[in-house]
Design a binder for this molecule. Structure first.
Ligand code: SF4
Ligand code: SF4
Length: 138
C-alpha cells in the first residue's frame, strides 16, 4: 500500500447535494477526508475543497467514483503569499518546500521566496511559526 494525499476542488451538480459522498469516500475507499472548505446548499450546485489521504490506488478509484456522479474535480494549487516584512528568516519553511521556492540566500542569510518556483502544494503554510505564509484560497 502506497500512502499519499491530494487536495482537490470539487464542484457538485445540484443532483448530488443530498448524496452521502464523503461518507462513501471514507467507508468504501478507506480514505481520510479533510474538508478544508465547503459550500453546499439544498438543491443547489455546491463546491468543496478537500484533502484525501490514503492508498494511492484507492484515491484513484475514489476519483472515478466522484466522476461517475458527474462531480467535477481539479487539483488545488494554492496561490502562496508571504508577509515579507514580518519574516524573521528562521528557515522553517525551507525543508518542507519541494521546489526550493523558499531558499536561503547565502550572501544575505535571508530566506527568500521565489514565487515562480512555487507549485502551490501548501506544505510551507503550517511550517511557519509566525503564520505569515498564506494562500488566497484560505
Ligand atoms: S506552496 Fe509548496 S512549492 Fe510553494 S513555497 Fe510552499 S512548500 Fe514551496
Ligand atoms: S518559516 Fe516563516 S518566519 Fe521563518 S523564514 Fe519562513 S516565512 Fe520567514
Amino acid at each position: 500500500m502506497k500512502e499519499t494525499s491530494t487536495r482537490l476542488v470539487l464542484h457538485f451538480p445540484k443532483e448530488t447535494w443530498d448524496k452521502p459522498v464523503i461518507y462513501k469516500l471514507v467507508k468504501d475507499y478507506d480514505l481520510v477526508v479533510n474538508i478544508l472548505r465547503a459550500e453546499i446548499l439544498p438543491k443547489m450546485e455546491g463546491s468543496a475543497v478537500v484533502e484525501l489521504r490514503g492508498d494511492r490506488k484507492k484515491i484513484g478509484e475514489a476519483v472515478k467514483f466522484l466522476r461517475s456522479l458527474k462531480i467535477k474535480l481539479k487539483p488545488l494549487e494554492l496561490d502562496i503569499f508571504r508577509e515579507d516584512e514580518k519574516c524573521v528568516h528562521c528557515g522553517a519553511c525551507i525543508a518542507p518546500c519541494p521546489t526550493n521556492a523558499f531558499y536561503l540566500d547565502p550572501k544575505t542569510y535571508r530566506v527568500e521566496f521565489n514565487k515562480d518556483k512555487c507549485v502551490g502544494c501548501g506544505h510551507c503554510i503550517p511550517a511557519c511559526p509566525l503564520r505569515i505564509i498564506y494562500s488566497a484560497e484560505f
